[in-house]
Design a protein around this ligand. Structure first.
Ligand code: FAD
Length: 475
């Protein structure tokens, strides 16, 4: 006998669990299926984000930042310590405890919202009436049916061709978050968000880190001026980043990993490291869904094809998050999850892709929303730019972290904000003001006229808005 629901969600990452909760809030009887197992084989909802992504990476970034502050900056404040040492195992255990708190939190939220959780793999099965059912393969086999199905099965790390992840020497994001001791030499392939964050953690803990990147331009998606400023800071920290390389053969042995590559000058090189993290992108995950049996359309990259409303080609089947087009970001997945639940309820759920913020949690942090200067030029848009350095911000000086700047881009005629770009301390938080401003179609003058607390880093945002009209007050 199959169990009937109004809505079935497959996947309990940020896209899936949020869709399930929102659908339940809207009065539906909801099932959510997720196969992730914790170390005891029990459920670990939260997906990539909670288990091996956003949350554990930020936990390690925080620990490693404390370590670096204690080692390099405490003395400036008059604090003396003995020798500062890092217990990597303890750091990892703390990270694991934070992950577990989040797993448990989601199970609690399911209970609170009366979402029925199934632990196991969900896959489509053709039903006798020509429709489909969802089979859950867990401790026991169960069959579920619903008129509305939301697929939120996320993504997996892409491996280098012929070099599978062994999670001992060649690490994906999963293994990179579980390294038991600081490697002496760490190699990273891919200078994207995940690569830079992971590289930062292990560099701060004392590893000699080399990042190899195929593109010629550093952080090509980031505003050039901001990317340059960030690169300067990373160089100063000793993070070695080689651009424009071509990866050749990778040899893995008990002793470590040799990466043969051609450098930007066309010369053959070998990088020998103890561990190699490969972060060259992620692929949509439809493994085990049995998508082909029911004719679910995938694009050439394996992502589920959806329209602007996240509808797939199958009636009553929706897909959200990393498994569909668009940025692979947890908050994008969440917004799509909410919007789909509301559309199922006949409401007008919406996601504004133009105001999705991006953050790279390195030190300095990098954050942006809207278009970059190079995109505006390519689009032929006339714009005005204003920048303000953290060097001239009192709070940044008190913090002892004056790297970076805030940059505003506004329409030359209407002054509407078109993009805000930041590199510096805690800009992951500062970017929210810019997102709200752009969502409300604010002008740079609007931000310039808003009273900002003193002393605060947010004054750099106000000053950058003033800079658009060349009337900064503190620089
Ligand atoms: P996922 O989180 O991948 O969840 C999918 C879930 O579906 C998983 O639990 C999986 O087990 C389950 N599943 C798959 N197939 C089935 C099936 N057939 N049956 C049952 N269950 C199934 N994003 C940010 O916004 N900010 C960050 O700081 C950030 N940091 C990151 C750091 C790292 C190291 C990585 C790897 C990613 C990071 N991301 C970050 C990206 C973010 O993790 C993803 O965008 C987000 O998790 C996508 O959510 P999702 O719900 O689409 O999929």
């Amino acid at each position: 006998m199959s169990k009937q629901f109004d809505v079935i969600v497959i996947g309990a990452g940020p896209g899936g669990y949020i869709a399930a909760i929102r659908a339940a809030q809207l009065g539906f009887n909801v099932a959510c299926i997720d196969e992730w197992k914790n170390e005891n084989g029990g459920p670990a909802p939260g997906g990539t984000c909670t288990n091996v992504g956003c949350i554990p990476s930020k936990a390690l970034l925080q620990s490693s930042e404390h370590f670096e502050h204690a080692r390099l900056h405490f003395a400036d404040h008059g604090i003396s310590t003995g020798e500062v040492a890092m217990d990597v195992q303890k750091m990892i255990a703390r990270k694991d405890a934070i992950v577990k708190q989040n797993n448990d939190g989601i199970l609690y939220l399911f209970k609170k919202n009366k979402v029925t959780f199934f632990h196991g793999r969900g896959s489509f099965v053709k039903a006798a009436d020509g429709g489909y059912e969802i089979r859950v393969a867990g401790k026991e086999e169960q069959t579920l049916t619903a008129k509305q199905i939301v697929i939120a099965t996320g993504s997996n790390a892409r491996a280098l061709p012929g070099v599978p992840f062994d999670e001992v020497n060649v690490l994906s994001n999963d293994g990179a978050l579980r390294v038991g001791a600081t490697p002496k030499k760490l190699g990273l392939i891919g200078a994207g968000v995940i690569g830079l964050e992971m590289g930062s953690v292990w560099r701060r803990l004392g590893a000699e880190v080399t990042v190899l990147e195929g593109m010629d331009k550093f952080l090509a998606a980031v505003d050039e001026q901001i990317a340059k400023e960030a690169k300067k800071a990373f160089d100063k920290q000793g993070l070695k980043i080689e651009m424009g390389v071509k990866i050749g053969e990778v040899q893995v042995s008990d002793q470590g990993v040799n990466v043969n590559y051609t450098d930007a000058k066309g010369e053959a090189q070998t990088l020998s490291v103890d561990k190699l993290i490969v972060s060259i992108g992620r692929t949509a995950n439809t493994i085990g869904l049995n998508a082909e049996a029911v004719g679910l359309a995938l694009d050439e990259r394996g992502a589920i094809v959806v329209d602007d409303d996240c509808k797939t080609n199958l009636p009553g089947v929706w897909a959200v998050g990393d498994v569909v087009r668009g940025p692979m970001l947890a908050h994008k997945a969440e917004e799509e999850g909410v919007a789909v639940a509301e559309r199922i309820a006949g409401q007008h759920g919406h996601v504004n892709f133009a105001t999705v913020p991006w953050v790279i949690y390195t030190s300095p942090e990098i954050a942006w929303v809207g278009r970059t200067e190079q995109q505006l030029k390519a689009d032929g848009v006339k714009y005005k730019a204003g920048t303000f350095p953290f060097l001239a911000n009192g709070r940044a000086r008190a913090l002892g972290d004056t790297t970076g700047m805030v940059k505003f881009l506004a329409d030359a005629e209407t002054d509407e904000i078109l993009g805000v770009h930041m590199v510096g301390p805690v800009v992951s938080e500062l970017i929210s003001e810019a997102v709200v401003a752009m969502e409300f179609k604010a002008s740079s003058e609007d931000i310039a006229r808003i009273c900002h607390a003193h002393p605060s880093l947010s004054e750099a945002t106000k000053e950058a808005a003033l800079a658009v009209d060349k009337r900064t007050l503190n620089f």
